[in-house]
Design a protein around this ligand. Structure first.
Ligand code: ADP
Ligand code: ADP
Ligand code: MG
Length: 661
C-alpha cells in the first residue's frame, strides 16, 4: 500500500479523498492555488504545496506543477478527484512517465471514453444500446439539417468533448436548429476549447440513471447498482439517489451487465460510471461513460457500504477486488442534494463572496455532509460553485426525504446566495415523494425561476407558531433584563396579532415547561423547543411533528424560512396592530424600465438596438458568469430606448444594461 498520496483537486472532493486516505493510514499532500492558501483541504492534509495563481489553467490544470509537487513531497500516487485533470489522458501518461501511480483508469480508457462519438461507437460494439443518432461529426449547418431530418425531431445537439451539461442544446423543430447549433458550438468552444458537435435523438421526458462500476487490474469487474440523477437543471445534476425508485430487478441487472460489458471492452480499471437515459417505458440508452469518481458517488457508498475512494486506492495499489457481484446488496435509500452558491430567486445565477455565517446541519446516523468550506471562507469566481453535498440514508425513501428536508432546513448559510431553500422545496414536493421523476422535473415544477414553495396551511401554522414562540422568548428575556424579578409579571397568557403575507392572525400564547401553548384559528397547539434568543436555527415539534425554521431578524419582525418557504412574519401586541394599520406603505423604486445585470459577469453580446421593438421572451443580451452563458430576456413587450453598455463590458450586480421606453 502507498505511504503517501497527492490529491490534485480542491474543495469538497479533496477533503473527501483525504478522509479515506487518513482512515487507511496513508499520508496526504494537498495542492492549492493562491486563493486557496487557507482552504479546508489544505488544513486537512499532512502537507500542502502552492501551485500558483487562482486561474485553474495556471494551477490545478497544470500537469507539470502537480507532478513536480508529488516528486518534491515523495507522494507515490495521485488521486485526481473529479473535474480538472481527472479525465485527461495526457496527464495520466505524464504521471506514469514520472514513475508515479495514477489512482484512476488507464489513459487509453479515458481517451476512448472522453470523446462522445468514439465512446458511442465502442459501446455499440460492446453490445450496449446507444441513443439513436448519427455517429459522426457534423460539418456544417446544411449537414446538421440533413441529419436532424433523418433522425426526426426533436434532436439533441451535443459537443463531442462535452461534460457538465455544457455545449448541449435541444432543437424541437428545424426552425430552432440554427440558433441551437451556434450556441452549442459557442459554449463548447468556451468550455472545452473544442467546438466539434454531433446530433442524436432527444429522448422525451427521460430519466437519467447510471451504473457505478469497479474494476481491478486482474480482470474482475462488478457493478454497484444504479443512481438516479433525473433532478437536473440545464442538464446538470442537482439531486441524486440510490436506488432509483423507477428500476426493477431485471432492468437493473440488464443495465449493470451492459455497463460491465463496456468496461471490459476498454480494459477499464478503477471506479467508473456508465450513464444511461431511460424513457418512461424503461427503454434505456447509453449516454456516456465518466472515467472518474462521480460527484454523486456518496449515495452508492451509503446503500452498498463500499468506500469508493478506498476502493480506487486499493485497486491502484494492485489489489484484487475483494468483492464479488453477489456481495453487493442495496440497503435502504440514500439521497444527495448539491448545495450550490447560486440564487434560485434570480434565475439561479451564480453568487460569489464570503461565507459570513456557515452552520451546517449536525451529522449523525443517516446524515452525511461532504463539504470543503468553513465559516469565513470565500466562494470565488474561479471554481465550481458547489459548496457542499448533503446526503441522507434511511431504511425507506420516505424517511430519507424527510430527514433531508429537516437537515436542509437547518443548514444555515449567510453572506452569499445559495440554493438550500430550493432543495428543501423539492424535498417537500409531492411529485418528488411519489418518485415521478424526469429530467424536466425542475423546469415543469418550478419554471425558469424559483419563487419559493407554496405556502400551505401546515407551513403557515408552523411559521405563525414559531414567530409567536420567538417573540415570547425575546419578550421574556427583555423584561428580565430591564427589570430583574419581573419574570412572574411577564408570564401568563398573551394576546398577539401575527402578520404573515399581509394576513393577520390572532394568537394567544402561554409559555409552559417544555415550550409553549399557542392558540390560533380555533386550534390549541403545543410547541416544544429548547430554542433560546441568539440561535439562528429553531428546532421544534408542533403537536409532536418535528420541523426546523431558519431565523433572520429584521428591523421589524423575523424572516422565517422552512421547507422552501421564506416569509416575513411580524408579531404585534393588540395596541401595535392598531397603530400598524396607520403606517404609510413604502413603495419600492420602479426599476421596470431598466434591464439590470443580475450577476457579476461579462457582457458577451447585445442582441437589440436602441429604438427596436422587443417581444416578451426575446433575447436581449448574453452575460457570461462562471463560464455559463446566461441569456437575459425581455419580461414583456416593449421598445428599447437606449443601450447603456457595450459588449465586452464587465458588469456588477444591478448595473443598468439598457433602458426601455
Ligand atoms: P458528475 O458527472 O460526476 O455527476 P457533474 O456532471 O455534475 O458530475 O459534474 C460536472 C462536471 O464538472 C464534471 O465534468 C465534473 O468533473 C466537473 N466538476 C464538478 N465539480 C468540479 C470542481 N469542483 N472542480 C472542477 N470540475 C468540477
Ligand atoms: P455531460 O457529459 O454533459 O454529462 P450527457 O450526455 O451525460 O452529457 O448528458 C447530460 C444530460 O443531458 C443527461 O443527464 C440528460 O438530462 C440530458 N441528455 C443528454 N442526452 C440526451 C438525449 N439524447 N435525450 C434526452 N436528454 C438527454
Ligand atoms: Mg453525463
Amino acid at each position: 500500500m502507498f505511504k503517501k498520496i497527492l490529491i490534485a483537486n480542491r474543495g469538497e472532493i479533496a477533503c473527501r479523498i483525504i478522509r479515506s486516505a487518513k482512515s487507511m493510514g496513508i499520508a496526504t499532500v494537498a495542492v492549492y492555488s493562491e486563493v486557496d492558501a487557507d482552504a479546508k483541504h489544505v488544513e486537512m492534509a499532512d502537507q500542502a504545496v502552492n501551485i500558483g495563481p487562482p486561474e485553474a489553467t495556471k494551477s490545478y490544470l497544470v500537469a507539470k506543477k502537480i507532478i513536480a509537487a508529488a516528486k518534491k513531497t515523495g507522494a507515490e500516487a495521485i488521486h485526481p478527484g473529479y473535474g480538472f485533470l481527472s479525465e485527461n489522458a495526457d496527464f495520466v501518461r505524464a504521471v506514469a512517465d514520472a514513475s508515479i501511480t495514477f489512482i484512476g483508469p488507464p489513459a487509453e480508457a479515458i481517451a476512448a471514453m472522453g470523446d462522445k462519438i468514439t465512446s458511442k461507437k465502442l459501446a455499440a460494439k460492446a453490445g450496449v444500446i446507444t441513443v439513436p443518432g448519427y455517429q459522426g461529426l457534423i460539418t456544417g449547418t446544411e449537414h446538421a439539417l440533413e441529419i436532424a431530418t433523418d433522425i426526426g425531431y426533436p434532436v439533441m445537439i451535443k459537443a463531442t468533448a462535452g461534460g457538465g451539461g455544457k455545449g448541449m442544446r435541444i432543437a424541437m423543430t428545424q426552425a430552432e436548429m440554427e440558433e441551437s447549433i451556434s450556441s452549442a458550438r459557442h459554449e463548447a468552444l468556451a468550455s472545452f476549447g473544442d467546438d466539434r458537435i454531433f446530433i442524436e435523438k432527444y429522448i422525451e421526458n427521460p430519466r437519467h440513471i447510471e451504473i457505478q462500476i469497479l474494476a481491478d487490474t486482474h480482470g474482475n469487474i462488478i457493478h454497484l447498482g444504479e443512481r438516479e440523477c433525473s433532478i437536473q437543471r440545464r442538464h446538470q445534476k442537482v439531486i441524486e439517489e440510490a436506488p432509483s425508485p423507477f428500476l426493477d430487478e431485471d432492468t437493473r441487472a440488464a443495465m449493470g451487465a451492459q455497463a460491465v460489458a463496456l468496461a471490459r471492452m476498454v480494459d477499464y480499471t478503477s471506479a467508473g460510471t456508465v450513464e444511461f437515459i431511460a424513457d418512461q417505458k424503461k427503454n434505456f440508452y447509453f449516454l456516456e461513460m465518466n472515467t472518474r469518481l462521480q460527484v454523486e458517488h456518496p449515495v452508492t457508498e451509503m446503500v452498498t457500504g463500499v468506500d469508493l475512494v478506498e476502493a480506487m486506492i486499493r485497486i491502484a495499489a494492485g489489489e484484487k477486488l475483494w468483492l464479488k457481484q453477489d456481495d453487493i446488496k442495496l440497503e435502504g435509500s440514500a439521497i444527495e442534494a448539491r448545495v450550490y452558491a447560486e440564487d434560485p430567486y434570480r434565475g439561479f445565477l451564480p453568487s460569489i463572496g464570503r461565507l459570513k455565517r456557515y452552520l451546517p446541519p449536525e451529522t449523525s446516523e443517516g446524515v452525511r455532509l461532504d463539504d470543503g468550506v468553513y465559516e469565513g471562507a470565500e466562494i470565488s469566481m474561479y471554481y465550481d460553485p458547489m459548496i457542499a453535498k448533503l446526503i441522507t440514508h434511511k431504511p425507506t425513501r420516505k424517511e430519507a426525504i424527510l430527514t433531508m428536508g429537516l437537515a436542509l432546513d437547518s443548514y444555515y448559510i449567510r453572506g452569499i446566495a445559495h440554493n438550500i431553500t430550493f432543495l428543501s422545496a423539492v424535498m417537500a414536493s409531492e411529485r418528488f415523494a411519489k418518485g415521478e421523476l424526469s429530467t424536466g422535473f425542475i423546469a415543469e415544477e418550478f419554471g425558469d425561476g424559483f419563487e419559493g414553495a407554496p405556502l400551505t396551511e401546515k407551513i403557515q401554522t408552523r411559521l405563525i407558531a414559531t414567530a409567536a414562540f420567538l417573540y415570547g422568548r425575546d419578550y421574556a428575556r427583555e423584561r428580565r433584563m430591564l427589570t430583574p424579578g419581573a419574570q412572574a409579571k411577564g408570564s401568563g397568557q398573551k394576546e398577539w396579532v401575527v402578520r404573515l403575507g399581509g394576513v393577520e392572525t390572532a394568537v394567544s400564547y402561554e409559555a409552559d415547561a417544555k415550550g409553549a401553548r399557542i392558540s390560533l384559528n380555533g386550534k390549541s397547539l403545543s410547541l416544544q423547543s429548547d430554542w433560546v434568543p441568539g440561535w439562528s436555527v429553531f428546532r421544534g415539534a408542533l403537536d409532536g411533528t418535528p420541523f426546523v425554521v431558519e431565523i433572520d431578524r429584521l428591523a421589524m419582525g423575523y424572516k422565517l424560512t422552512t421547507s422552501g418557504v421564506s416569509e416575513t412574519v411580524v408579531v404585534l401586541t393588540l395596541r401595535q396592530a392598531e397603530l400598524y394599520h396607520r403606517m404609510p406603505v413604502k413603495v419600492p423604486a420602479d426599476t421596470s424600465k431598466f434591464l439590470l445585470c443580475p450577476m457579476p459577469g461579462l457582457l458577451v453580446s447585445v442582441h437589440v438596438k436602441a429604438g427596436e421593438k422587443v417581444l416578451a421572451g426575446q433575447a436581449l443580451v448574453v452575460v457570461e458568469a462562471m463560464k455559463m452563458e446566461n441569456i437575459l430576456r425581455a419580461e414583456k413587450d416593449g421598445r428599447v430606448a437606449k443601450i447603456r453598455v457595450k459588449a465586452g463590458a464587465s458588469m456588477a450586480v444591478d448595473d443598468v444594461i439598457l433602458e426601455f421606453e
